[in-house]
Design a protein. Sequence first.
Length: 257
Amino acid sequence: MGRLVPAVTRALDILELFLDGEGTLSAPDIVRRLQLPRTTVHELVSTLTARQYLVQVPGQPGRYRLGVRPYQLGSRYAEQLDLAAEGQQVARTVAETCDETVHVALLEGADVIYVAKVDSTHAVRMVSAAGRRLPAHCTSVGKMLLASLPGPELDARIPKDAELPGMTENSITDPAVLRTHLAGIRERGIAVESRESNPDVSCVAAPVRDRTGRVVAALSISVPMIRWSDARREELAQLVAKGAADLSERLGHRGRA
């Protein structure tokens, strides 16, 4: 790695102050927050303003807000994102931490489609593949995605009078029971599925959001019942929430789980 340029580092430090939720900042604010000389801050702010990274706030002399250039760069970054590729990288990191099978899935109609997958190294593990399609209501990722839908959209995908197919004897097949279950998922922010798509596997899942805050995918960890317990479920719930938050951040979302 080459030598860092101090002036560039300080300029970026100024821009990143706005990530903390600050709408506007004055030069004295920046001096105080970054402990930089006033002359240095004045020169950096003048340069950032000239390049449209900052603009002066109308009617508030000496105060600055983000300009159009960071938005343009962020939009360009978002355009080149590949959810499957980003999801595969995050899934690999999560799998290395827990040594269980990790999936990233999208919602399509009333089904989920797995777009990324990393296997456990255990001899006993869940068998699946990227590209596989399953009924959403039978999986943790699917229930997480269904729970994130507005009511009318959920009704369109899962009609209240629908006959839901079951994959195991534990699958939820009653739409009313499913809606009660989804309400609990919305409250907790984590979905759990116990032997509903595979009689020998349980899963936990968390939502993945894009830069607008919209849920666009879900990340899950799947565990054979021989390694499943209440304590393991709680441990993996924290890990899957962190993994989903990391993937959301890669997609431009600023919030954290």
